[in-house]
Write a protein that binds this ligand. Structure first.
Ligand code: SAM
Length: 663
């Protein structure tokens, strides 16, 4: 994946005048009308796109906005949607913002609109940290998906994949905020539009009108709100733009909103999918051969959830951070009802050497994580946080922590219908429906779409589809605490990792070995190995004698499980495909013809309604919840909550495509 500058944001710089909403001193302009912001929003934007008639009878409607600001347009739209949309319908709202307000500032700005009070409260409750990138939150029990894109308008629109049914263009006045209205921005708006997409904006500036016309919109003028003489309304009438994805990564036609979906596997991948599907009101059933969720790799007694900061110029590094923040957001809400966290929050990553600290310092300064999520600390500060003297500097992640993996899976699963004790060994298509089959060939369930979330075993269920998944055996060791190690307050990572003891887990967990294995059918890999326990102790010794002295060597047991990985260490998320069809369509990729000469993967004959989500390695708990949102968006044709390079980098066919390019 190519490096490019990380999306950037800045603070909004506000001025609050008595009896008025906020004013941007950066742009010398107001966020909404000082006389009646709500009436302005209704006239310019809702009436402008033809709401509510435009969404009548639609099971899903998608609005894009440039300039989220205080969220007034969003909340007014959501309130109207709540009142007028058909039962069970879902609204997606995607908004770009380069200078995000804080949730307190939003609450203050919107306190002028008591009729929106309950909506404002719900928004500020889930509003993300103003960190650059993609942030998806659910409102109204999942009926409303808000995808906030924090970054400059052109970068964010260009990296977004989706199709809007309507647009609100709401930058500050074009004369004061030209970046928001450039021809490139308006062309990017056109590229995310489809047949008859509507558009509304408060401005009537001639250049905006001309550039929107060039971008494919038929534009008309109508009277503006208040003192504004005119504003613009438009309809997209140009040819529907090509998908932004490379032809071989283009997505199959969406599954229908009432499709029955089967998820195979109830580890963190399958349960995260169940959660994302159910919050979108889908009909989903989870199948697993074990009697309860988290029977395999997600079933360790305790795990560490921590971010993996990396160079923020890398799209995949940004995805990892966004996924971590998303997971924290999901777990914060679930922990109100479920005992997810074990012991106090926080994890310390011990510095290997000065180069380690310098690298982290560089990443953090460049925005790898929001400031309050990571601190570089000296040995004395680390001692304070850990409760024991480790004699090392390091990075402290205060919001990370030790989790109960099975409790997380159970909380994600909620009351999703499950068939436990059901070993799926294959599936076949009969009369347009997928039948899930047992070993004896009995039909265990039926579905319109199937998602394989069963780790490396997904490979055993597919034919003519090269899923380049590998199994890595990982062994953890349980360790009797020493008198000093009992005092450890937070998890440590140092190449390996060690968890603190907790009230219900009177032993440390040391992890973890990584060993490639090719035969996962023979269960002998489950047997614990003395050599691997020693390896887990060696991780401590390799870092420092002090760590060995702290923890001692009292191993009392352990657990082995399989992690699924890929050669490029990224997960696989997306549709299954047919090797033979890809060979036929893209067999001469190595000749390097222009992309537009190849057919779209959406049009070649692939098994309909089959998807996979797997290969999180040891990062399942940090990556699965956002990955599930990505797959659900791909399946239902919703705006995808990650940037284009990431969608391509996790596509299941990427290994085959690379082979075809090399051949
Ligand atoms: N729709 C908003 C509401 O309901 O409160 C009001 C939007 S305000 C008029 C314009 C917004 O555009 C501001 O929030 C501003 O920070 C944002 N903005 C201005 N220039 C931008 C840029 N280049 N990229 C992204 N956002 C930008």
């Amino acid at each position: 994946m190519n490096k490019r500058p990380a999306p950037d944001i800045d603070s909004p710089v506000l001025e609050w005048k008595k009896n008025e909403g906020p004013r941007s001193t950066r742009f010398d302009d107001i966020y909404f009308s000082t006389t009646d912001g709500l009436a302005e929003t209704r006239h310019v934007f809702l009436d402008g796109i033809g709401a509510p008639q435009i969404w009548a009878g639609r099971s899903h409607f998608c609005i894009g906005e440039t300039g989220f600001g205080t969220g007034l347009n969003f909340l007014t739209t959501w309130a109207e949607w709540e009142r007028t949309s058909c039962p069970g319908a879902c609204l997606s709202y995607v908004a770009v913002e380069g200078f995000p307000l804080s949730s307190d500032e939003i609450a203050r700005a919107l306190s002028r609109f008591p009729e929106l009070e309950s909506f404002t409260r719900q928004l500020t409750h889930v509003y993300p940290d103003p960190h650059p990138g993609f942030h998806q939150v659910h409102l109204a029990q999942g009926r409303v998906r808000l995808l906030l894109l924090f970054g400059s308008v052109i970068d964010m629109l260009e990296s977004l994949v989706g199709r809007m049914d309507a647009w609100y263009l709401d930058g500050f006045a074009p004369s004061k905020n030209p970046d928001m209205w450039s021809a490139d921005v308006l062309a990017a708006v056109g590229a995310l539009s489809g047949p008859k997409t509507r558009l509304a904006t408060f401005t009537a500036a001639g250049q905006v009108r001309r550039d929107l016309t060039s971008a494919g919109f038929q534009i008309g003028k109508v009277p503006g709100y208040g003192k504004k003489r005119e504003c613009l309304r438009g309809k997209f009438l140009a040819t529907v733009p090509q998908s932004k994805l490379a032809p071989w990564y283009q997505l199959p036609p969406p599954v229908s909103s009432d499709a029955r979906i089967a998820v195979v596997g109830a580890g963190v991948a399958g349960t995260a999918l169940a959660n994302a599907l159910r919050s979108g009101k889908s009909d989903v059933t989870v199948y697993d051969r074990h009697p309860a969720p988290a029977g395999e790799a997600s079933g360790n007694p305790i795990g560490l959830l921590q971010p993996r900061p990396a160079d923020p110029r890398q799209p995949f590094a940004r995805f990892q951070t966004e996924a971590y923040l998303h997971t924290l957001h999901v777990l914060e809400r679930m922990s109100e009802d479920h005992p997810i966290w074990k012991g106090p929050r926080g994890i310390v990553s011990l510095a290997r050497d000065d180069a380690f600290l310098a690298r982290y310092m560089n990443w953090l300064e460049n925005g790898a994580l929001p400031g309050e999520h990571a601190r570089i600390l000296q040995p004395l500060e680390i001692k304070d946080i850990c409760g024991v003297d480790i004699g090392s500097s390091g990075v402290f992640f205060p919001k990370a922590g030790a989790i109960d993996p099975a409790a997380v899976c159970q909380a994600l699963l909620g009351d999703t219908p499950c068939k436990f004790g059901a070993q799926i060994t294959g599936f076949r298509r009969e009369s347009g429906v997928w039948q899930l089959l047992s070993h004896e060939g009995a039909i265990v369930g039926e579905a319109d779409a199937v998602i394989l979330a069963n780790g490396v075993e997904a490979r055993d269920l597919v034919t003519d589809c090269e899923l380049a998944l590998h199994a890595k055996r990982g062994q953890i060791s349980f360790l009797e605490p020493t008198e000093t190690s009992r005092k450890l307050k937070v998890g440590l990572s140092y190449g390996g990792y060690a968890t603190p003891i907790t009230d219900d887990h009177e032993r440390h967990v040391l992890g973890a070995t990584y060993e490639v294995i090719s035969d996962w059918v023979d269960p002998s890999w489950r047997q614990l190995k003395g050599r691997d326990h020693q390896q887990n102790l060696n991780f401590l010794a390799d870092r420092s004698e002090r760590l060995t002295a702290l923890f001692g060597t009292g191993i009392t047991g352990g657990r082995a499980s399989l992690r699924t990985t890929t050669a490029d260490h990224a997960p696989v998320i997306g549709p299954l495909f047919s090797n033979a069809e890809y060979d036929a369509a893209y067999g001469d990729l190595h000749h390097g013809r222009p992309q537009n000469q190849y057919p779209s993967a959406a049009d070649i004959d692939s098994p309909p309604g089959l998807y996979v989500m797997s290969a999180f390695g040891s990062r399942g708990f940090a990556l699965a919840t956002l990955s599930a949102e990505i797959l659900v968006a791909e399946m239902f044709g919703l705006p995808i909550p990650t940037e284009k390079p990431v969608i391509e980098a996790v596509h299941p066919a990427r290994f085959l495509v690379r082979t075809l390019k090399r051949r």
